[in-house]
Design a protein around this ligand. Structure first.
Ligand code: KG4
Ligand code: ZN
Length: 335
């Protein structure tokens, strides 16, 4: 077994083309090219996303190799996102990873995107890390899940959204306020100057550990369309703060519920929405008010990136869990 493991990781599941190189758990480079082309459409256009990945993958990989200051001959394995994600986007990364691994004679490692979000907390040994078993809240543009994590290879879903994801609630409500896609970061920024108590939006009543965000989206839409011209512009900060407060409260309530049911105190909160500053603040408050300990990846590793694919690749390499060049069943990665 080699002492130091160098992994080249590729992420192309949605609209970020990313390549990272890791030496064990340390990130040597993590290049993310976020596709701007979707902004004006109010959401990701799958056909355009695949074409953009195809255009960007070579410059991104070249920069990742340059930044890491390594040679392709130093690499021990190629890790790539197998799913879940947009099929066309995944195919670009899959084909590229397979060709690269084949040409270099390296093993291939298949990664589940959502598990990678969770394991991003283990990047860099000096970062504050949870103990197993812990519960992960994965909140992104496509997913909102609570997952019991018993080890780096043992994941059990405890609850999921019955309709929209938390990120979609941000993005679709943002679109109603004429904000470009993805609206989440913009709402976060605008909310800083807003009053979260100004408007009250509905919170869903979903038993157990499942989530629902479609009711809130409809409630927000019905509220906005009733208002006179100029209302959104004149109340933008308060609307963003109130909407953000509602989404974050739904997430925090479920963490408290999950702790009660499973008697586990360590929570990892990951996925794009975990970059939200108000959510991060509320998680800190939770630590002070109860004995819930929360762990949130660094901002760079919260939204889609290949470093998280690399850390998962590292664990799989150590467990000799390699992929197959000819297996093509995507279903096992649609977690
Ligand atoms: O994990 P991610 O980068 O991609 C997916 O796998 O979906 O998550 C993207 C989602 C988008 O919905 C985006 O609006 C949201 O994360 N997001 C945020 C923030 N940064 C990204 N939502 C709220 N506040 C943020 N600061
Ligand atoms: Zn993601």
């Amino acid at each position: 077994m080699v002492n130091d493991v160098f992994i080249l990781a590729i992420e192309t599941s949605c609209d970020d083309t990313s390549v990272a190189i890791l030496k064990n758990k340390k990130v040597l480079s993590n290049v993310v090219s976020s596709q701007k082309i979707h902004e004006i459409y109010g959401g990701v256009v799958p056909e355009l996303a695949s074409r953009e990945h195809d255009r960007l993958i070579i410059p991104v990989i070249k920069k990742a190799i340059y930044d890491a200051d390594v040679n392709l001959n130093d690499i021990h394995a190629i890790a790539y996102t197998r799913g879940p994600g947009l099929l066309g986007s995944l195919l670009v990364g899959t084909s590229f990873a397979k060709s690269l691994a084949l040409s270099l004679g390296l093993p291939l490692i298949e990664i589940n995107h959502m598990q990678a979000h969770i394991l991003s907390i283990f990047i860099d040994d000096n970062y504050k890390q949870p103990k197993f078993p812990f519960i992960a809240l994965t909140v992104s543009g496509g997913h909102t899940q609570l997952v019991l994590v018993k080890s780096v290879t043992d994941f059990v879903e405890l609850g999921t959204t019955l309709d929209d994801a938390a990120g979609e609630a941000f993005d679709k409500s943002g679109k109603l306020m004429n904000l470009n896609y993805p609206a989440g970061p913009k709402i976060d920024e605008l909310a800083l100057k807003g009053n979260f108590k100004k408007f009250k939006f509905s919170k869903p009543k979903v038993n157990g550990l499942n989530f629902s965000f479609s009711g809130l989206k409809t409630n927000f839409k019905n509220f906005i369309i009733k208002q006179p011209t100029g209302f959104v512009e004149n109340n933008l900060h308060d609307l963003c703060a109130s909407l953000q407060y509602t989404i974050v409260s739904i997430l925090i309530d479920k963490i408290i519920e999950a702790k009660k049911i499973h008697k586990i105190n360590d929570f990892v909160v990951c996925g794009g929405v975990s970059a939200n500053s108000f959510l991060r603040k509320k998680l800190k408050d939770l630590e002070h008010k109860s004995n819930i300990k929360t762990y949130v990846p660094k901002i760079n590793y919260s939204t889609d990136n290949a470093a998280m694919i690399g850390i998962n690749g590292y664990f799989k390499f150590r467990n000799s869990n390699f992929g197959n060049f000819s297996d093509y069943s995507v279903s096992k990665y649609n977690m």
